[in-house]
Design a protein around this ligand. Structure first.
Ligand SMILES: [Fe+2]
Ligand SMILES: [Fe+2]
Length: 327
């Protein structure tokens, strides 16, 4: 059986992205993942093929970014992501995820990148104005610890931003491709993405630290609205970071109309008014107060206009590598 899969994969052309070649490049690996999931004792027998297949499929997915093969790739990548098997010497799940996101959901990739940039701008302003609010974040019990680990906190928030919408990779078309208003049932589906993202990220060491970012980013500050509501910020040391994500997520989503069937594309001034109006309800008031800073306002206005447009050009332009930038 394994020989059949080895031959199948060896016969695939890794430079082609039509339906048949996408199947040939990805299905042998996916089937082997499934077999090993059903019969874990086979994992040892299949180990070298799994390792080779994992590397090949990773390269194939990565190289598809500028091929425009979103539709063919989407059919398999959520299965691959969900059936991923951790192997010594294999590709860490985090890298798989990053490239699947870039290869199959470019608009969501831009959104996640924008959420990281906006979140970091808010965090930097918070650190300048009110660093006390970062006490206990990621286990820092003293202000010395807060100052010493601010770079680590920035890096943590960067990845929280990149992974916050991981659950959306399960229902690609509903979110990004319909040029119409969504049905109520589709909104119900979308409301599941924090929990789905949490469960996905929680499966593997390389993404587990960011699982809560996915879970909390749509929960309102007052916990009276948003979703999923069965969770609470109380007792969560990183609550302030997830509340930053909520602000950044809304700021970006509400001001961007590209590929988002449910967004009207507000301007920054309207969004700022919304932030202030919902301080204490949807948004943490300490964070909203930071927006009194003209420097932060200007920084975010530039991010959601000039910088976002540039990012869209890069992502949808030819010959552009979508490898993640570091913080
Ligand atoms: Fe979300
Ligand atoms: Fe989001």
């Amino acid at each position: 059986m394994l020989d059949t899969y080895v031959n199948w994969l060896n016969g695939a052309d890794p430079t082609q992205y039509d339906w048949m070649n996408v199947e040939n490049n990805l299905l042998p690996v996916l089937y082997t993942f499934w077999l090993c999931e059903a019969r874990p004792e086979w994992t040892d027998t299949c180990r070298s093929f799994l390792l080779e297949g994992q590397c090949k499929s990773f390269e194939y997915i990565k190289n598809s970014c500028d091929k425009g093969a979103y539709e063919c790739m989407q059919r398999f990548t959520s299965y691959i992501m969900n059936s991923y098997i951790k192997l010594d010497g294999g590709i860490p799940f985090r890298h798989y995820y990053e490239n699947i996101l870039a290869a199959t959901q470019p608009t969501l990739y831009v959104h996640c990148h924008m959420v990281t940039k906006i979140s970091l701008a808010i965090l930097d302003e918070l650190y300048r104005q009110n660093p006390d609010l970062l006490l206990y974040v990621n286990g820092c019990e003293t202000m010395e610890g807060v100052h010493a680990s601010i770079d680590k906190t920035r890096e943590f928030l960067f990845y929280c931003g990149m992974f916050h919408d991981a659950g959306k990779l399960y229902f690609l078309d509903t979110i990004n491709l319909f040029a119409r208003s969504l049905f109520n049932e589709e909104f119900d589906l979308i409301r599941l993405h924090p929990q789905m993202g949490y469960e996905l990220l929680n499966k593997w060491d390389s993404t587990r630290p960011y699982a809560e970012a996915a879970l909390y980013h749509h929960l309102w500050y007052d916990e009276k609205s948003g979703y999923p509501r069965e969770y609470t910020y109380k007792g969560n040391d990183n609550a302030i970071l997830y509340q930053i994500l909520t602000c950044a997520d809304c700021l970006n989503a509400a001001t961007d109309s590209v590929g988002r069937a449910y967004s009207s594309g507000k301007n920054f001034a309207d969004m700022l008014a919304d932030l202030r109006c919902n301080a204490g309800r949807m948004f943490n008031p300490d964070l909203v107060q930071l927006f009194d800073s003209e420097q932060l306002q200007q920084q975010i206005e530039t991010l959601i206009t000039v910088d976002r447009e540039q990012l869209y050009r890069e992502v949808f332009g030819k010959n552009v590598s979508l490898v993640l930038q570091s913080v």
